[in-house]
Design a protein around this ligand. Structure first.
Ligand code: PBE
Length: 272
C-alpha cells in the first residue's frame, strides 16, 4: 500500500550512484507529470526488488547482472549485454508485471581493483594474475558481494582465496585500499575514485560475472495506473554513458556536491 496519497516513491540502494539516479528519476517524473515524489534511500538489492514487487516503491534503478544472478538465480553467465537485457526484460514482465522503462546507457560492474604500484610490481592485468598473490592479501568488498553468487563464481573461475575478507560500506572501500587497510577491493566500475586514487581494475577475462546495464524498473501497479510515469522515465533511455556517470559520482564523492544538486544539474541540461 502506498503511504501518502499518490506520492511516487523511488528507491535507492546504498551507494552514491543510486542516490543520484533516484533523484534524477524523481525529478524527471515531477517535471513531466506534476506528481509529487519521494526518495526511499538505503535499500539492499533484494530488499529494493521485493519492495518494488510488492508495490511499496514505484520504481528504482537496478542492474541486469544483479537481477540475473540474485533474483533470477541463473548460473550460466551471458556475455552479450543486449541479449541479457532482453532476457531480464522478458522475465520481469512475465513473472512480476514489472516494466523496464529504460536502459540508461551505461554498465556498472563489479571489478577487482588493486593499487597501481602493486599491479606494476606484480605484473597484474587480469583477475587470474592476482589469484596466486591473494593468499597473502586482504580483500575489501561491499556488504553484499561475499554473499552473492558473483563471488562464488569468481572464486570458482579463478580459485580466489584471500587471506582475509572485509565487508564495508561501499563508499569506504576506496579509502581503505588507498590507506593500505586492504590490498584489493571489489570496486564498482563507475566510481570516480578508481581513477583519482590511482587504482588498477583487473580484467575478468574468464567472464565469471555478467554485464550490468543500469535499467529503470517500474512496479506493475504503477505501470498500470500511471502510464505517464512510464513515459517520463522512458525519456531517460540512453541519456547517461559510463563517463558521465563516473563524473556525477565524483562530483558527490570527491567534490562534496549533494546527490540532489548533481541530479538537478543533469535534469536542467536534459529537460530544460
Ligand atoms: N553492481 C556493482 C552492484 C554494486 C556495484 C552495480 C553490480 C549492485 O548494485 O548490484
Amino acid at each position: 500500500a502506498r503511504s501518502e496519497g499518490d506520492r511516487i516513491s523511488i528507491g535507492a540502494k546504498t551507494f552514491t550512484e543510486q542516490y543520484i539516479l533516484s533523484r534524477i528519476l524523481a525529478g524527471a517524473i515531477a517535471r513531466e507529470t506534476g506528481l509529487p515524489t519521494e526518495a526511499v534511500d538505503s535499500l539492499g538489492s533484494t530488499v529494493a526488488f521485493d519492495a518494488l514487487r510488492n508495490g511499496q516503491i514505484d520504481g528504482y534503478v537496478e542492474y541486469t547482472g544483479t537481477l540475473w544472478t540474485t533474483i533470477m538465480k541463473r548460473s550460466e553467465i551471458p556475455g552479450d549485454r543486449a541479449a541479457l537485457l532482453r532476457e531480464v526484460d522478458d522475465y520481469l514482465r512475465a513473472e512480476h508485471g514489472i516494466v523496464v522503462a529504460a536502459a540508461l546507457g551505461f554498465e556498472n560492474t563489479y571489478t577487482i581493483a588493486v593499487r597501481r604500484a602493486d599491479a606494476t610490481r606484480l605484473a597484474l592485468r587480469t583477475v587470474g594474475d592476482l589469484a596466486p598473490h591473494l593468499g597473502a592479501m586482504s580483500l575489501g568488498g561491499d556488504y553484499e558481494i561475499f554473499q552473492r553468487p558473483e563471488w562464488r563464481s569468481l572464486q570458482r573461475a579463478y580459485g580466489l582465496a584471500p587471506r582475509e575478507q572485509r565487508s564495508m560500506d561501499p563508499s569506504l572501500m576506496y579509502e581503505a585500499i588507498r590507506a593500505r587497510q586492504v590490498d584489493a577491493i571489489t570496486a564498482f566500475s563507475t566510481d570516480g575514485r578508481l581513477v583519482s586514487y590511482d587504482l588498477q581494475a583487473l580484467d575478468d577475462d574468464r567472464h565469471a560475472i555478467p554485464p550490468y546495464d543500469a535499467i529503470v524498473l517500474v512496479s506493475a501497479r504503477t505501470a498500470r495506473e500511471h502510464g505517464d510515469v512510464v513515459t517520463a522515465l522512458r525519456g531517460l533511455a540512453g541519456s547517461i554513458d559510463a563517463d558521465r556517470m563516473r563524473r556525477m559520482n565524483a562530483a558527490v564523492d570527491e567534490q562534496g556536491d549533494t546527490p540532489a544538486t548533481v541530479a538537478e544539474r543533469f535534469l536542467r541540461e536534459r529537460l530544460p
